[in-house]
Design a protein. Sequence first.
Length: 303
Amino acid sequence: MKKLMVFITISLLLIGFLGLISAKNSLGITASAINNNSEDGNGGQNQEGIDSNENGSGNQVQANAETQNRGEETELEIQSRIRERAGNQLTDEQIRRIFTYRNRIKNQYANQSECPNNCTCTGSATKCWLEDGTREMTVTAGESGNVIIQVKGVDGTTKVTLYKTEDGKLYAVSKDNETKRIKLLPDQVQEKIREKLQRQLENGEIVLNEQGIYEYRAQKRARLFFIFSVRERVQAELDPETGKLIQVRNPWWGFLAKDEKAEPVLGASCGTVTPGENDACCQNKGYDFWNSESEECEFNAED
């Protein structure tokens, strides 16, 4: 009986010992598997992160390249449309030199390095020196996509795209891709109308329209039926290249009103200066010569 009890006890101890060894081995295998899985997971995540970063960098480079290519294509397309436009007198070399992004006038630039030559770009204002540096033009943002051009305190608005060359010449690209040399500036538009009409004008508005022609609108004082004081609307068109006054329009009832005409002042118009000094007078105002036939200052034909 005692032998049987000893045998059973030894058997139980042996079974327990073998079970303990088996459990220990099982735990070791499980821990190793967990560690391996963790390392595989982290490695996979790290590799995915590396791949993602590499792909992101590659996509950014590709996006930048595509943006640059789109910009270059757009510039080339602009030049191509200008070149194909019948009536443009510029050579291919002039088109390539003038109509570039660096020469484009905007109301705001990302940094000074994008600013055209002989211009100062600060905030929402761009100031440029034109011609020989004697005339300063300021461009700011207007409403509905317009830009405001200011010279000597006189404003004009436009939606056309403006370009300024390194030598200070100002160009516009009209809606139908026609190029215009803009010699006549807003202050000269206002002065020319006042000199031509010899009237006191109020509420003047100057627009360089999408065809590249100046439109001037204002009001003048008149007496309807020679009795009632009224404000009569005046509209005019001017050529920015030659400076010529194209036409002046009055309301249909204008023949019923008498203008309150201002007396001409000697020297106020280059037509009233000492004979022989008309050209010099026009040149002092930024024009080239006095046209005795049209009785106004004008510019020479584009050279």
